[in-house]
Design a protein around this ligand. Structure first.
Ligand code: 5GP
Length: 188
């Protein structure tokens, strides 16, 4: 018999290494399904529709708000991001564990509905290192990088609402810590 499914929420500033850690986690734990968000942000060159995000326009997103399509949604760095309520419900009905890579506003909303969600905040080792990583990945222009760094401060202020905080100064060590949390929470 399958046990109750778990919800894992991972947040942290842009450039903290969330996406990489989530990718590794999904490879290691095939019984955790990624909640693919909807966004009005333009796709990056390496991103795939339906895998990284569902890319939609603002009109469709706002209509989704009116129709209660989103379990949670937020405006992050000037774009809308949201989680499809039906998708989450159908995964939970099938007893799947779910991984969310969402910001702190979204995490607050999900916790309101699913109070036993496991929440993990990924911290960059320092502000300077965060800036370095954002510049190095070359996905955003300097104006957007500045915005993301400004938002990082606000995100970090919310870290205490999370059950776990992992400082990602070394990817392998951070991943080990993440796995330890998952293994502890997993009922087998
Ligand atoms: P990016 O544009 O770098 O992919 O993501 C920007 C931020 O939006 C990240 O902090 C990411 O966790 C967050 N995000 C991605 N999807 C969602 C979502 O569905 N809801 C919320 N609230 N935040 C999201």
């Amino acid at each position: 018999m399958k046990t109750e499914p778990k919800l894992y929420i991972i947040s942290g500033p842009s450039g903290a290494g969330k996406s990489t850690l989530c990718k590794k986690l999904l490879e290691q734990y095939p019984n955790i399904i990624f909640s693919v968000s909807y966004t009005t942000r333009k796709p990056r060159s390496f991103e795939t529709e339906g895998k990284n995000y569902f890319f939609i326009n603002q009109e469709e997103f706002v209509l989704g708000i009116k129709k209660n399509r989103w379990l949670e949604w937020a405006k992050v760095h000037d774009n809308y991001y949201g989680t499809c309520a039906n998708f989450v419900k159908s995964l939970l009905d099938k007893k799947n564990n779910i991984l969310f890579d969402i910001d702190t506003q979204g995490a607050e909303q999900i916790i309101r509905t699913y109070s036993d969600a496991v929440t993990i905040f990924i911290m960059p080792p320092s502000g300077a290192e965060l800036e370095n990583r954002l510049k190095k990945r070359k996905t955003d222009n300097i104006k957007i990088i500045k915005k993301r760094l400004g938002n990082a401060v606000k995100e970090i202020e919310k870290k205490n609402m999370y059950s776990y905080v992992i400082i990602n100064d070394n990817l392998d060590k951070a991943f080990e810590k993440l796995c330890a949390i998952i293994n502890k929470k997993k009922k087998v």
